[in-house]
Design a protein around this ligand. Sequence first.
Ligand code: SAM
Length: 280
Amino acid sequence: MPAAEHTSWDPHSRGASIDFDAPNQARLFDALLGGRDNYVADREVVDQLADLAPGVGQMVRDHREWVGRVLRLLVTQCGVDQFLDLGSGLPGLDNTHQIVQRNNPEAKVCYIDNDPVVLAHGRALLEENENTHMLEFDITRPETVTTDPGLRRRVDFDRPMAVLLCAVTGHILDDDVVRQTVRGWVKAIPSGSYVVVSQQFDPADGSVHSELARTLHKAFLGTAVATAFRERGEIESYFEDLRMVEPGLVQLHKWWPDGPRLVPLSEWNHLMLGALARKP
Ligand SMILES: C[S@@+](CC[C@H](N)C(=O)[O-])C[C@H]1O[C@@H](n2cnc3c(N)ncnc32)[C@H](O)[C@@H]1O
């Protein structure tokens, strides 16, 4: 199993120690989705988020629904049969491999994360068949990851694939690191591949939504669940060399909804943009 080398001076590394007294991105998402793999510190953040604006749990569920819609489109209409789920998070109810293998049992899925708890749960719960793997890498080092023989044994870099960066770039606070990360992955994948990104959004227009994005950013700065809410132009720059699939970079409920919206939107729904794009 390939393992990212972690050393104490490594700026990319979050280390292998597990701190159950501090909140954690993956466990927070699990708590927001109503999962059981979270602790008091994570649930306290859920309460803080709900105090700042109600509806955060619904937004995270909407996000998973959106990822599902994108995956179904990729597997049924785009013919994609290789998926790299970067910053995959804790296993949930309907995970990437279950969604795509329901449509194509031969589809290959590599989950990639560098959180020890995600890796342990992922190996126990996700690696259900020979087409599904959980691997440890730092996704901000695309050159190292994409040349790793362990990954190349599982994914064919001569054939199109889909790279998912869903709700992960927002947790990488340095804009330059995110841009280089996305650019590195886009460079490494062959023509005909797809890139999926969802990112927390600051409309930067003086609106109540922009104010909320800034309040949320400040509230968690310096903690393990700090989040960068980025402006549209910054997020669009990730897609520079790609062709957007309609409807482009939009709030998730506007991206080919399953039907009319019956659940009311909350302020949170305005704070996440997502897009699917193809490498020409
Ligand atoms: C919010 S959670 C996952 C969300 C998941 N992709 C989804 O769509 O529900 C973000 C995940 O990204 C992982 N992550 C953050 N930075 C990473 C990095 N540099 N390398 C690998 N994984 C990373 C975290 O460990 C966490 O599991």
